[in-house]
Design a protein around this ligand. Sequence first.
Ligand code: SR1
Ligand code: MG
Length: 423
Amino acid sequence: MNEQVFEALGIETLPARLGGNAALKERIGADSSRWRVREVGDGNLNLVFIVTGETGSAIVKQALPYVRLVGESWPLPLKRSFFEYHALKRQAERDPGMVPEILFFDEAQAIIVMEYLTPHVILRRALIEGRQLPKIGRDLGLFTARTLFRGSDLSMPTREKKADVALFADNVELCDITENLVFSDPYFEATLNRHTTPQLDGLVEELRRDRDLKVEAQRLKHLFSAKAETLCHGDLHTGSVMVTDEDTRVIDPEFAFYGPISFDVGMLLANFWMSYFSQEGHEAEAGGRDVMRAYLMETVETIWETFRAEFANLWRSERKGILYQASLFEDRGDPLGAEQALAIVLDDIRREMLGFAGVEMHRRILGLAHNADFETIADPDRRAVCESKALKLGRHLAVNRERISSLADIRATAERLYRETLS
Ligand code: SR1
Ligand code: MG
């Protein structure tokens, strides 16, 4: 077979197609006639297979030339697999042990063969079940600080960073998805939008008439498209994290792009806040998930505090790039100048991060790509109660982000919104 012609893998064809692959044979066993293949992809874009042989298992992920969620009417280039591979390589260097090990990459077939994480589960699923994972706050805080600091001009040699910006600049179509689906579509009647109707109709109309909100969403889009600060994961939600009680791994960075440091952190926290509001739709009796709700708020605080602390550590120990050089501060006997700059940089990140969180909460309820936290609440009345609270917090974050002084304030606002419809 000509390996240059793309062909989607299937359960039947995979052993014959990859049976000669040395890396896969070494990991799972050489006799491909004994391989068992399951397709487990439940994301919006790709095929994902678990392949099990006599000595082990591996994941085979293949991009399709279209958006799986929508179908062949929405073509999407295979090169996203190339960006995912390169992002995984960089993340593995910047925070070792936090992404799956890559065993093999075939650019023409858009195939990445990687470590099968077991007994890990998708974090979003665990949170829907009401499971509290003890390590995720710290692990995700460290991951975001390390990958985002070490991928920026605070750390990288500028020649290397600029070459990398050029490399990832070609991930145009995936950025285009985010630019439309996150920052614009939720705020008008875009064709692929959907929401829980008629329950949310009034609120949706109100949000789409909200001039302040639309202006903020466009300011955030401007940041997303113009602030090529660091290599972002690009789609860091709770469906992109796999967990056990002891281990946390971040997967799926095919949306990787050079953007604001604040982007990944904001997307991530938004998904914990959505989980917070969705718990009401999953609890067996009123208040049954109170402990879970408190855990989610504490996890948000741990992620942010860990991010800040690790970012500050790296600022003090690894600031070797072109920005805020030590030659201007520490080397001139002015360490306080560097601390002043750090405080300002972190404050900018915090204000941007809240805005990104706000629009992410909106697009998961109003746009094309919803999340299972809300979608698995079968009763639409119950689901709409949860979603409307999340929409209101999202609006508050996006519009008031410059004035919100602490995560404690957000927690108080979220708790007030949660209690709103309780009798
Ligand atoms: C058309 S792709 C929809 C969404 O799925 C991905 O996971 C990203 O979040 C994207 O926005
Ligand atoms: Mg994904």
